[in-house]
Design a protein around this ligand. Sequence first.
Ligand code: SF4
Length: 395
Amino acid sequence: MEPALLVCIIHINDCVVAVGVLAGLVIQYCLPFGPFSNKGPPMTKKYDALALLSGGLDSILAARTIMDQGLTVLGLHFVTPFFGNPELIPFWKEHYGIDAVAVDIQQKYVDMTLNPSQGYGKWLNPCIDCKITMLSHAMALLPEYGAKFLISGEVVGQRPMSQREDALNLITKRADVRNVLLRPLCAKKQPITPMEESGLVDREKLHDWYGRGRKEQYKLAEHYGFTEIPTPAGGCCLTESSGAARFVKLMSHRPVPTPNDFSLARSGRQYWNGDHWLIFGRTAPDNDKIESCIQPTDYVLKLVDFPGPLAVCRPLSGDWELDVIKDAAAFVASYAGKARKAYEETGELVKVTVLRGDSEEIVEVIPARETALPWLEPKPEIVREWKKEQLEADA
Ligand code: SF4
């Protein structure tokens, strides 16, 4: 109720004053989102369709193809420890004209990645289960946005694992999206969908792409006048040998890692000595990413007098001995050029702060790449062996 209305009532009748004030208070404070309020919860904008939007070229073209028919599309940008760049959402709006929201599915995605029903691709990519997970999550979001169907940028035959005809059918079936999923880039190579049958979507304006070629994609991107052409997919480190090696190393020491563990495993430089896991930044953005992953039980190493990497020692099986922490600190300090140079010139030990929760102490070390304990990077060769062990364990 507006204050002006209350004042007006006061002038008419004292008896009505109480009722008016009370009603005003009730409306103002007890029914903040009621029909008389102009506050109300933010209305969720409605869309005709929700699109899986990795930020890869195909996902962008699929969304634009449907938008060209005058339908409204909201991109769902899934964020997991392995992929997701929500900071690019404003750029996608500005450059490609696509509305998008970030959708956090970290825990659900990690649970799936640890045991994908259809197994892994070449490295640690569970592509079929990945698509099932995202589509079924998107399906559950349809009512929230009033949307009638889903879009994904797959092209039959484009990728060996998840875009074979049989894989696409399996994904559709397992995600239970047969009646609501449209793949605009290869729709004319697919059976007609209810959206086309009903006339909601004009099948004639969809594409009939097939196979691994990229010519049609680039032609359409040029037609739209895109000056920034992203890679086909959105950048997924599960398909990379180095990423897979990092995650397998982690899983072989911690069978059920958390999303935070995986995010940390994706960051900066990674070194292991037994089950001692040491992570430190290569660049300032690496340091920021590592800092965002810090847990109260981590040992955090920072050089006191010199710029250098931020390092985290994450205990996986009990506290670390001081000797091991000092060894890690010496190794990390060797990646700080100014600290190394100062030691070489003066012979003075380099001070490193060790923070853990509320405790803090300073250790003094000689920067060294070869320390008493060997710190080794995970090698891609471990991935095949680990996958073999998993298969044997499941048999
Ligand atoms: S490449 Fe990565 S994001 Fe793409 S389907 Fe495979 S696992 Fe999912």
